[in-house]
Design a protein around this ligand. Sequence first.
Ligand code: 13P
Length: 280
Amino acid sequence: MLVNLDAVLKPAREEGYAVGAFNVYSLETISAVYRAALECRAPVIFAFGERYIDVANIKVIASMVRTLALDTDIPMVLHLDHCKDIAVIYRAVTAGFTSVMFDGSQLSFDDNLDGSRRVVEFAHSVGVTVEAELGSVPFDAAGAEVPEEYLTRSDEAARFVQATGIDALAVAVGTAHGEYKGKPKIYHDRLGQIASAVPLPLVLHGGSGIPDEDVVKAIGAGIAKINVNTQISSAAVKCMKEITGREKPGALPDIMKEVEDAMMSEVKGFIRLFLANKSM
Ligand code: 13P
């Protein structure tokens, strides 16, 4: 079943679990996420980022995900991840995406608000949901601690959500994209303040490498969507290295299948962790 973010995130925030948003950019990544969702019988979000536009054709990605999602009763979202360019948002919606993220996190508060509001106006008119980001979750800066000035402020978050009409808010509470060098410091107090000020589902980016107890605690506080990429990609690369180190690595279709299986088991691990607090 193909749905938008609202359909999967509202129940998640109400019932205290999170839905995984996994980056996809090929048939293997899509199949890995799809098969994991079917095995766990859990909703998933297929997240295609603006940065993958040159890696895979956006229309082909959309038709693959839509074909698979329409073939099951499990709710699935076709979401555009991190997009700064409103023209690409139009392209994604035209291609059949059910949800988009406008990433104005590098803009001033007012410009971020303005851009997010414009995207909401257009997207909502065609039933597409919108995620925006306030504060900044750093890229490739996964050192020990994210400086406090990057974090989302609860007063600003409340104002932003009210003024834009977005459906989900990505928050900066200490996570970073990519591989962490040390144990990440998650600012749980700040997350609690934001969650009290904002009734919407909250989104945690940089989901790879966070200790399980921090993930479960963050979900308990109001995180309803968790984005994961690096750990799935690393599992695939590790598997490829292992295969190519063999005396007879085998033919490409068999190699691709083995890599897909490695990604699928990683995705299943995340889905189960995100559902840890759900009463089944
Ligand atoms: P990681 O690559 O750190 O898992 O983060 C993924 C992400 O947030 C995509 O938006």
